[in-house]
Design a binder for this molecule. Structure first.
Ligand code: PYC
Length: 319
């Protein structure tokens, strides 16, 4: 198996470019189901220790089923497959450029939740026209054991998010452990209260917003808990899309106006949106990825951890 590593605003992406499992030629959503059901050891081999770590996001490069796409991709992390991943799509585009498969311009990428279109510019910046996004519920009140009452919005940006403004620990990297404990507790409380996306999907990303470190470069800073217990080192592109949907719904950002979303490391994604006729928005999120390495993986029958160490999730955190 051959993989190419990159990072987007600090968040790693590892694309499997050769030696992945055979998943057939159906739509990527169907192939993602087969991957999840029958090839979980590939996910573990790529993302979990000893080759990976909890923050790693993997992507399996696939042939597209739709003629207007350059490729398909199935993203996954240390615990499961992901519906969509914008930082990973930016990493995928950098990887395809590194391989000489694309140059500057636009390409279509098929994901389990729809086709996204990515544009690579001459200096390596990538803009992803993400899947249509929307706010499903506003002002949801939640009792979070150990933290009290928390109010937030449920929104879709390619994954389901619970967005919280100005509550919980300060959004600063020095408070990363507290932010993780808070957001894990929020996610458990969402599940316990039966709060899901409006398609019944788990709200498995929790996003907390605070003021930017430097208002000259960003409009806000976020902390995003991903499925599992790792936080996104980047500003999270699906999370930025969910934020744009909430800003649009509250009439706080006009179509085409730029929102500069900093992540917890102060790397910045820029987002704009276009309103769609059905009330949803089309978000466009821009950022940059850098290639960090290439590897060939070896699988030794005598190695008890050839397919990775299963990740252990801790109990609900209440403080
Ligand atoms: O950028 O969309 C994103 C993302 C999702 C999970 C980690 N990054």
């Amino acid at each position: 198996m051959k993989v190419i590593d990159s990072h987007t605003g600090g968040e790693p992406t590892r694309i499997v470019v050769e030696g992945g499992p055979e998943l057939g030629s159906g739509p990527i959503a169907e192939r993602a189901r087969v991957f999840r059901q029958s090839h979980d050891r590939v996910r573990r081999s790529v993302c979990n220790e000893p080759r990976g770590h909890d923050a790693m996001v993997g992507g399996l490069l696939c042939e597209p089923s739709s003629a207007d796409c350059e490729c398909g991709v199935i993203f996954f992390n240390n615990v499961d497959t992901l519906n969509m991943c914008v930082h990973g799509t930016i990493g995928l585009v950098a990887t395809l450029a590194h391989l000489g498969r694309i140059g500057p311009g636009e390409c279509g990428i098929e994901t389990p939740v729809g086709v996204v279109r990515a544009t690579l510019d001459e200096v390596g910046r990538v803009t992803v026209a993400n899947v249509p996004s929307y706010r499903a519920r506003a002002g949801v009140e939640l009792e979070v054991p150990g933290w009290g009452r928390v109010t937030g919005d449920v929104a879709w940006g390619g994954n389901w998010f619970f967005l919280i403004e100005g509550q919980g620990p300060p959004v600063e990297i020095a408070r990363m452990k507290d932010l993780t404990a808070f957001t894990v507790a929020v996610r458990h409380a969402l599940a316990a209260a039966g709060i899901t996306g409006d398609d019944g999907g788990e709200v498995d990303h929790v996003e907390v917003f605070g003021p930017p470190g430097d208002a000259a470069v960003a409009d806000g800073r976020n902390f995003v808990l991903c499925p599992g217990e790792a936080y996104d080192r980047s500003p999270c592109g699906t999370g930025t899309s969910a934020k744009l949907a909430c800003l649009a719904a509250d009439a706080k950002l006009a179509p085409g106006e730029v929102w500069r979303q900093a992540g917890i490391l102060d790397s910045v994604f820029e987002g704009v949106y276009e309103p769609l006729a059905d009330g949803r928005i089309l978000p466009r999120v821009s950022g940059r990825a850098w290639i960090t390495g290439e590897s060939i993986y070896h699988f030794d029958e005598t190695d008890p951890f050839q397919y990775g160490i299963p990740s252990i999730q801790t109990n609900p955190t209440t403080s």
